[in-house]
Write a protein that binds this ligand. Structure first.
Ligand code: G6P
Length: 621
C-alpha cells in the first residue's frame, strides 16, 4: 500500500520522483525516501521518517541529482515508521537499491538463510530481505568469470529472487553497475510504466505520470519489465517475452488542487452536488423509465436470469454495499448479500451459478476487494466493479462495471465516492427493478427523485455553519453513538466511521433499536448520540429510541427532514436536511455527518486529509 516511483532517462530524476511521491501520499505517508544514481557517486539514498515535504527538503539540502532513480512513500507493515525502515533499501554492499509495495510472507525464513551467509540487516522490514536476496542472486552471477555482466544477468538474478518470494509485491530495482536500467516486477501490487521519449517512468498508479507522459503500460501479475531510456521489454514468468499493450492515460487524475479549500476532504464534501451529477450523467433513460449502463457486459436477458447479488467491499465502500442491499431488495425485489471482501476472499459460501458479484471500491486497488472478486470469478461468477479510478486493478480484473466519475478523491476519509456509489447503486436498483416487476410509472418516480438529488445535497451543505457550532459544543467528547434504522442504519455506521477516522474519537454506529442490547450502557451526559431520524416508515420507532437516550441523560443531535416540535423538545441540537424519498436519505443525511466529523477533527487539531495510521488505498491484506 505504499507508493512507488522510478525514472530512467536523460533528465534529472528528482523532479519526477518528488512530484510523483507527493501524488502518491494517499497510499501511505509515514516515511519516504529516494535513491539516485550519478556516475562517480554511485547509488545515494535520502530517507526520512515523515512526509514527502520533509523528504523534498532533505533531497534539496543534499543536492541529490541523477538520471536514474527510485522513490517510495510508506505505510508501515513490518517495523515502525523510522528512517531505517523507510525505502529504498540497499542490497549487499549497495550493489542495488529497491522499493517495494506489498507483503513478503516468507521473509523470516529467507532472512535466516541470508544472516547465515553474513548479510547484515539495518531495518525490520520484509523489503530489505528482498534487497539482500537479489544482491545474493546477482553476486553469484557476477562472480562467474565465464559470464559477461550483461542485462540478461540482471534479469535472471531478479527472476531467481522472485521465484523464492511468497506474498505480494510491486518492486522496482536499480543497480550500481548498470546506470541506465530499472527492473520492475509485479505480483498482486500494481505497477504502471510511463513511456516517454528517451526517458521512462514507473509508478504504482497513474497519478504521478500525469503531465510527464500520456502513454502507459500496465504490468500484469508475474510480469517483469526491463526498462531502459529507449526500450521497454516485458517478460512473463510462464509465457516468456510478451508484447506490452500501450494505452492512453486518461486525464482524470489531473484535477488534484485545493481550489481555495483548506483541505481536500472539505473540497470533496462540497463537490458532491457535481460528483452526483456526473454519476447520473448519461445513465437516465426517461423513455423506458429506467437507467442504462454501458459496461455491465451482460444482456438484459442474462441480467433477467440473475437470482442473487453479492455486494462486497471494505470500509466506506462496504457501507455503500449495505445501503445497496436495502436499495436492490426494496426496488428490485432481488435477494442481496453483503460481504466484507476480507472475509469473502477466504470463505467458501455456497453460491449458485445465477449469482453475480459487485465489488465496490473507490480506488480500485484495495487488496481484499481485488482478491474477493478474483476468487468469485474463478468460481465462474460474473464479476462487476463499481469503481472510481479508471484503469485500476479492480476495474481491469472485473468482467464489467460502472465507473463513478467522481473525479480524484484525495482526502483519506471517503466522502464524494460514498455518495456517488449510492447514486450508482440506486440506478442499478432501478434498472434491475425495471427488468422485473417495477412499473413504468414507479420507474419515472424514482428518476424524478434521482434528478433532484444534486440540489438536495446542495441544500444539505447549507447546514455547515450550524454543524460548526455543534462541533464546538461536542468536540471534547470521547465517545459518540450514531443511530439510525432501515436505510439509515448504514448511514449511522458511515457517520461513526467518518468521526473515528479523522478525529480519533471512539464512535459506534448501530441500528437505533439494537442500542438497547448493549450500547445504551454507554449513554451518559458526556456521550452524545447522533440520531438520523427523517420522516419515513420507521420514524416513530426511532423517536422512541431517541427518547430512551434522553431519559438516561444523553445529549442528542437529531438529523431531521422536517420541523417537528417533538424532536425539537427532546434533542439538544436539531439539524434539518431537505426531504427526499427514504431510499435517497443516506446520501443527503451523510452531508451533515461528514461536516460534523470534519469540524470536530479541525477543532481537535487533527490532520484531516492524512489521519494517523490510515491510508487512502489499502493494497495489503
Ligand atoms: C481505506 C480508506 C477508506 C476506504 C477503504 C476502501 O481504508 O481509508 O476510506 O473506504 O480503504 O477503499 P476503496 O478504495 O476500496 O473504496
Amino acid at each position: 500500500m505504499c507508493g512507488i516511483v522510478g525514472y530512467v532517462g536523460a533528465n534529472d530524476a528528482c523532479p519526477f520522483l518528488i512530484t510523483g511521491l507527493q501524488r502518491l501520499e494517499y497510499r501511505g505517508y509515514d516515511s519516504a525516501g529516494i535513491a539516485t544514481y550519478r556516475p562517480g557517486e554511485g547509488i545515494r539514498t535520502t530517507r526520512v521518517a515523515g512526509r514527502v515535504q520533509e523528504l523534498e527538503t532533505a533531497v534539496k539540502s543534499r543536492s541529490m541529482v541523477g538520471s536514474l532513480g527510485i522513490g517510495h512513500t510508506r505505510w508501515a507493515t513490518h517495523g515502525p515508521a523510522t528512517e531505517a525502515n523507510a525505502h529504498p533499501h540497499l542490497g549487499g554492499n549497495g550493489i542495488l537499491a529497491l522499493v517495494h509495495n506489498g507483503v513478503i510472507e516468507n521473509y523470516e525464513s529467507i532472512k535466516q538463510s541470508l544472516l547465515a551467509k553474513g548479510y547484515h540487516f539495518a531495518s525490520q522490514t520484509d523489503t530489505e530481505v528482498v534487497a539482500h536476496l537479489a544482491a545474493e542472486c546477482l553476486k553469484t552471477r557476477l562472480a562467474d568469470p565465464n559470464q559477461e555482466p550483461n542485462i540478461g544477468v540482471y534479469v535472471e538474478a531478479v527472476q531467481e529472487t522472485l521465484a523464492q518470494l511468497r506474498g505480494t509485491y510491486g518492486l522496482v530495482l536499480m543497480f550500481r553497475q548498470f546506470p541506465d536500467l530499472l527492473i520492475a516486477a509485479r505480483c498482486g501490487s500494481p505497477l504502471v510504466i510511463g513511456v516517454g521519449k528517451g526517458e521512462q517512468f514507473v509508478a504504482s498508479d497513474t497519478s504521478p505520470l500525469v503531465g510527464f507522459t500520456e502513454k502507459i503500460i500496465y504490468l500484469a501479475d508475474h510480469q517483469i519489465a526491463v526498462i531502459r531510456p529507449d526500450s521497454i521489454q516485458v517478460v512473463h514468468r510462464d509465457q516468456g517475452r510478451v508484447r506490452p499493450e500501450i494505452q492512453t492515460l486518461s486525464a482524470q487524475s489531473q484535477d488534484v488542487n485545493l481550489d481555495g479549500f483548506e483541505h481536500y476532504m472539505l473540497k470533496e464534501i462540497y463537490e458532491q452536488p457535481d460528483s452526483i451529477r456526473n454519476a447520473l450523467r448519461g445513465r437516465i433513460d426517461r423513455d423506458d423509465a429506467t437507467a442504462k449502463f454501458g459496461g455491465l457486459n451482460l444482456t438484459p436477458q442474462q441480467l433477467r436470469s440473475v437470482q442473487r447479488i453479492i455486494l462486497t467491499g471494505c470500509g466506506t465502500s462496504w457501507h455503500s454495499a449495505l445501503v445497496g442491499e436495502y436499495l436492490i431488495e426494496e426496488l428490485a425485489r432481488m435477494p442481496v448479500e453483503v460481504e466484507y471482501a476480507s472475509e469473502l476472499r477466504y470463505r467458501n459460501p455456497p453460491v449458485d451459478h445465477k449469482t453475480i458479484v459487485f465489488g465496490i471500491t473507490q480506488s480500485g486497488e484495495t487488496a481484499d476487494t481485488l482478491a474477493a472478486l478474483r476468487e468469485m470469478k474463478r468460481k465462474g461468477h460474473h464479476t462487476l466493479a463499481i469503481c472510481n479510478v479508471i484503469g485500476s486493478s479492480i476495474a481491469q480484473a472485473a468482467d464489467g462495471g460502472v465507473y463513478l466519475h467522481a473525479g480524484p478523491e484525495v482526502g483519506v476519509a471517503s466522502t464524494k465516492a460514498f455518495t456517488s456509489q449510492l447514486t450508482v447503486l440506486s440506478m442499478l436498483a432501478l434498472y434491475f427493478g425495471r427488468l422485473r416487476f417495477l412499473s413504468f410509472e414507479a420507474g419515472l418516480r424514482i428518476i424524478d427523485q434521482l434528478e433532484k438529488l444534486p440540489e438536495a445535497v446542495e441544500e444539505a451543505l447549507q447546514t455547515h455553519t450550524q454543524v460548526k457550532s455543534i462541533a464546538h459544543r461536542f468536540h471534547a467528547a470521547t465517545n459518540f453513538l450514531y443511530l439510525g434504522r432501515n436505510f439509515n442504519f448504514p448511514t449511522a455506521l458511515e457517520g461513526a466511521l467518518k468521526l473515528k477516522e479523522i478525529s480519533y474519537i471512539h464512535a459506534e454506529g448501530y441500528p437505533a433499536a439494537e442500542m438497547k442490547h448493549g450500547p445504551i450502557a454507554l449513554v451518559d451526559e458526556n456521550t452524545p448520540s447522533v440520531f438520523i431520524v427523517p420522516k419515513g416508515t420507521v420514524y416513530d420507532k426511532v423517536l422512541s429510541n431517541l427518547q430512551e437516550v434522553k431519559a438516561r441523560g444523553g445529549p442528542v443531535i437529531a438529523i431531521v427532514d422536517h420541523f417537528d416540535q417533538q424532536v425539537a423538545n427532546l434533542a439538544d441540537e436539531v439539524i434539518q436536511i431537505p426531504a427526499v424519498e427514504d431510499f435517497l436519505q443516506p446520501v443527503v443525511a451523510s452531508i451533515p455527518l461528514q461536516l460534523l466529523a470534519y469540524e470536530i477533527a479541525i477543532l481537535r487539531g487533527c490532520d484531516v486529509d492524512k489521519p494517523r495510521n490510515l491510508a487512502k488505498s489499502v493494497t495489503v491484506e
